[in-house]
Design a protein around this ligand. Structure first.
Ligand SMILES: [Zn+2]
Length: 285
């Protein structure tokens, strides 16, 4: 049996508490409602609203869907992941760097870009990296879609990737990390699980690549999943503000991080590569 999500559990608890108060009317007297119990119920409801809003914004909470956001802290494995590609310049250069240093990484690609650059998807696949579903169009509006439209958005990316590589991805990373209660049934129907991250590099907004590198190397621990981007979700593909991911500094950061982490004894691999791989993925996912 699958474990209920915190959102589901908290909703049931809240509904049962409200029903119990309504039916049993504890403390009711001729003066009317018991204000103490009413205050507790209101506080409980507000807490549920706050947690649900945070659950939408913070993927690692796993509020609406179980999320694999890091491996064991005791492991000597760190995973590099790249979102929003493939990009015609950035991704091939990254693949060369990864191959040089014998690194396996994860690429969460969009269906629309995969359709445009199938040869890059084939190259990622041929090198043995993980290819994950990052939706078809990568719109923040995905989080407002009806279950049917959400299914179409994710399923079309699955089908495009399967058509190119012959394999359906096992993992999904929601665009901008946004989730909602409609997502879980869609993912279950497509056999997908959510792959999160534990270190956000800020490479999508920062123009200071040295700071990005320092922050990663200061924060990183065993089992971490590091989030980079090899493309941009909107606008001119590959551009990040005034900077671009075709900038030599970006590739230096990646290479320096790889060298530093390997010196610390970490293997740069991707855990939980398939849905069958349960080695480091927590139960319930
Ligand atoms: Zn993205």
């Amino acid at each position: 049996m699958t474990k209920p999500t915190p959102f589901y559990l908290s909703t049931v608890i809240l509904a049962l508490s409200g029903t119990a108060v309504f039916l049993l009317k504890p403390g009711y007297n001729t003066n009317g409602i018991n204000t103490e119990i009413f205050s507790w119920l209101t506080a409980l409801f507000l807490l549920w609203v706050i947690l649900s809003v945070c659950g939408v914004a913070f993927l690692s909470m796993g509020w609406f869907v179980p999320v694999f956001s890091r491996g064991s802290k005791r492991s000597k494995i760190v995973a590099l992941s790249f979102d929003d590609g493939p990009h015609p310049e950035t991704t091939p250069r990254l693949l060369t760097i990864l191959e040089t240093h014998k690194v396996k990484a994860a690429f969460f690609v969009t269906g629309s870009k995969a359709e445009k650059y199938p040869e890059i998807i084939r190259a990622i696949h041929a090198k043995g990296h993980l290819i994950g579903n990052h939706s078809y169009s990568h719109s923040w509006r995905n989080n407002l879609l009806s279950p049917r439209s959400l299914h179409t958005e994710i399923a079309s990316c699955q089908n495009i990737l399967a058509g190119i590589t012959g394999e359906k991805p096992a993992w999904y990373r929601p665009p901008v990390g946004l989730t909602n209660p409609r997502l879980l049934p869609v993912l279950r129907s497509l056999g997908l699980r959510v792959y999160g991250w534990s270190i956000r590099t800020g490479d999508g907004v920062s123009v200071n690549w040295q700071r990005v590198e320092k922050r990663i190397l200061k924060k990183v621990r065993g089992g971490d999943i590091i989030l980079f981007h090899d493309g941009r979700s909107r606008g001119r593909s590959g551009t990040i503000g005034k900077e671009t991911h075709t900038n030599a500094d970006f590739f230096s950061v990646i290479e320096n991080c790889i060298i530093a982490l390997q010196k610390r004894g970490f293997a740069l691999e991707v855990e939980g590569k398939t849905t069958q791989d349960k080695t480091s993925v927590p139960p319930g996912l």
